[in-house]
Design a protein around this ligand. Structure first.
Ligand code: AN0
Ligand code: CP
Length: 315
C-alpha cells in the first residue's frame, strides 16, 4: 500500500480486516518493522481517538512518533496556489507539506471540510497538497470527504459482533446542533458497499449523500421502517450534501431511543464518537449491553496498525 486515502487503496477489504485481527492478536509481532522510522501526525482539527490510536499503532510497530496540531500551534496555512500572501496566512502548504516530508517517513493528516463550498471540499485540496508536496506516504485521518481508518475499524467491529453471515446494517442520520462533515457516513457507505451485508441508510429528505458514496444502499426516509429487523444501528449526524453544509430544521426527532431499538433484531448500537448523549442517542441505548461504541473505538488501534504495517511493507 502506497497511501491510505480511501477504500480504493485498501484492496480486498476483508484481507485488511484479517490483518487488523492479526495485529489485535499479536500487537508486537512486527516491532522491528518500524525501527528508526518516523510517523508524523498532523492535525488541522481536534481529535481524541484518531490521535491516540494511530500513535499507539505506530509505537506497536516500533516507530518514532511526532505529533503536531495546527489548531493554535502551527502557522496559519495558505492552501490556494498562486495567491499574493499579504493577508493573515503566514505559510503556504507547499512548503509546510514538503518540510513535514523531510522529517517523516509516513504522514497522517486530519483536515476537515469548510462546509461552505462543495466543489472545493470534494476536491480535497489539503490532503492532495500533502500527497503532492510531502513526497511521503499519506494516511487519511479524516479528510474533507472521508474517514477510512474509522470505516476499517467499523467493518472489523461488525465482523466481530455479527451473528449472521449477512447482517442488516443501518446507517441512520441523527440530530445534532452543529453542521458536521459528511466524511464519516461517506466512508462508512463506501466501505459497507464493498461487503455483502444488507445496507440501508435512514435519513431526512435532502440529506442524501453523494451517489458516489451511497452507491447501492437502500435509502429510507422513515427511521422506524429502516430499523425493522436491523442487526446493527450505526448512528451519525451529517450536514446536507445537496444544500451544502446546511443543518436540519425539521421537527422530527431522529435520536436513537430505546423505544426505536425495540424494532430491531436486538441490534448492536455503533457510533464513531464523540457523541452527544440524549441528542444523537438516548442514555438507555448507549449505556445498554447492546452498545459496542467502546469496542469500536478500541478497534481503531488495529485498523491503524494494519494500515501502517501495509505501508511500511511496501515503501
Ligand atoms: C466529527 C465529524 O462529524 O466528522 C469527527 C467525527 C470522528 N465530529 C464532530 O465534529 C463532532
Ligand atoms: N472517531 C474519531 O475519529 O474520533 P476523534 O475525532 O476523537 O479522533
Amino acid at each position: 500500500m502506497k497511501h491510505f486515502l480511501s477504500v480504493k487503496e485498501a484492496g480486498d477489504i476483508m484481507s485488511l480486516v484479517g490483518l487488523a485481527k492479526a495485529c489485535k492478536a499479536k500487537p508486537y509481532e512486527n516491532k522491528k518493522l518500524g525501527e528508526n522510522k518516523t510517523m508524523g501526525l498532523i492535525f488541522m482539527n481536534p481529535s481524541l481517538r484518531t490521535r491516540l490510536s494511530t500513535q499507539k499503532a505506530a509505537l506497536n510497530l516500533g516507530m518514532n512518533v511526532m505529533i503536531m496540531s495546527f489548531t493554535g500551534e502551527g502557522w496559519a496555512l495558505e492552501t490556494e496556489e498562486g495567491v499574493i500572501m499579504n493577508g493573515d496566512k503566514a505559510e503556504h502548504i507547499i512548503e509546510a507539506a514538503a518540510v513535514v516530508g523531510e522529517y517523516c517517513d509516513i504522514i497522517g493528516l486530519r483536515s476537515f471540510p469548510s462546509l461552505k463550498d462543495q466543489k472545493a471540499d470534494y476536491a480535497e485540496p489539503v490532503l492532495n497538497a500533502f500527497v503532492k508536496y510531502s513526497g511521503k506516504p499519506l494516511v487519511n485521518m479524516e479528510s474533507a470527504t472521508r474517514h477510512p481508518l474509522q470505516s476499517l475499524a467499523d467493518v472489523l467491529t461488525i465482523e466481530e459482533f455479527k451473528t449472521t453471515e449477512k447482517p442488516k446494517v443501518v446507517l441512520t442520520w441523527a440530530n445534532h446542533p452543529r453542521a458536521l462533515p459528511q466524511s464519516v457516513p461517506n466512508s462508512f457507505a463506501e466501505w459497507i458497499n464493498q461487503t455483502d451485508y444488507e445496507f440501508v441508510i435512514a435519513q431526512p429528505e435532502g440529506f442524501e449523500l453523494s451517489k458516489e458514496f451511497s452507491g447501492k444502499a437502500k435509502i429510507l426516509y422513515n427511521q422506524d421502517e429502516a430499523f425493522e429487523g436491523a442487526d446493527f444501528i450505526y448512528a451519525k449526524n451529517w450536514s446536507s450534501y445537496k444544500h451544502y453544509g446546511e443543518r436540519y430544521f425539521g421537527k422530527e426527532s431522529w435520536m436513537v431511543s430505546a423505544e426505536k431499538m425495540k424494532l430491531t433484531n436486538n441490534a448492536k448500537f455503533m457510533h464513531c464518537l464523540p457523541v452527544r448523549r440524549n441528542v444523537i442517542v438516548e442514555d438507555a441505548v448507549i449505556d445498554s449491553t447492546n452498545s459496542i461504541v467502546i469496542q469500536e473505538a478500541g478497534n481503531r488501534v488495529w485498523a491503524a496498525q494494519a494500515v501502517i504495517q501495509s505501508i511500511l511493507q511496501t515503501n
